[in-house]
Design a protein around this ligand. Structure first.
Ligand SMILES: [Zn+2]
Length: 157
């Protein structure tokens, strides 16, 4: 049964873009599929993804510990867990990634998550999590990490 919260979070047929917030506590070299070994500085990273369908399930997958490696982000998630995610009812993931990368102090991890597009990358190291309300011109919803049942809770703040 759909909860009212789930309906509010995914107003457009359970699809859209999302931003995962990852925190890396220590410097780490991570093998990322075809990209090879990438050195990551400690800090906060934003990953911009898109789900044409099953957005909710995608987020739940990203936040589960054990997973099959399919996307670049799957490799990094083994080192830096995603504890927070934001969703937005648009499919313009590349525009969002570019906008986030333009923030002061932001740095793109080259080619990460952008195998299928011409973006510099969909993973961005940021000095701090930006005010997403100013990004993309679309309303964002905050989703927090799932509870034991795997369902995302809503935090409207
Ligand atoms: Zn792109």
């Amino acid at each position: 049964m759909k909860s009212p919260e789930a309906t509010a979070l995914y107003p457009d047929g359970n699809r859209g873009c999302y931003v995962l917030v990852l925190h890396l506590e220590h410097a780490a070299k991570v093998e990322v599929g075809a990209l090879g070994s990438i050195p990551f500085e400690p800090g906060t990273y934003l990953y911009v993804g898109r789900a044409r369908r099953h957005l909710r399930q995608r987020l739940e997958r990203h936040m589960r510990p054990a997973r099959r490696r399919r996307w670049h982000i799957d490799y990094l998630l083994e080192t830096a867990a995603a504890r927070e995610a934001y969703v937005v009812p648009t499919l313009q993931e590349c525009a969002l990634a570019r906008e986030l990368a333009a923030a002061p102090g932001a740095r793109v991890i080259p080619r990460f998550g952008s195998s299928d597009c011409r973006c510099p990358g969909h993973l961005i190291r940021v000095a701090s999590v930006p005010n997403l309300g100013l990004v993309g011109g679309v309303p964002w919803t905050r989703a927090v990490s799932p509870g034991a049942n795997g369902v995302l809770a809503i935090n409207s703040g």
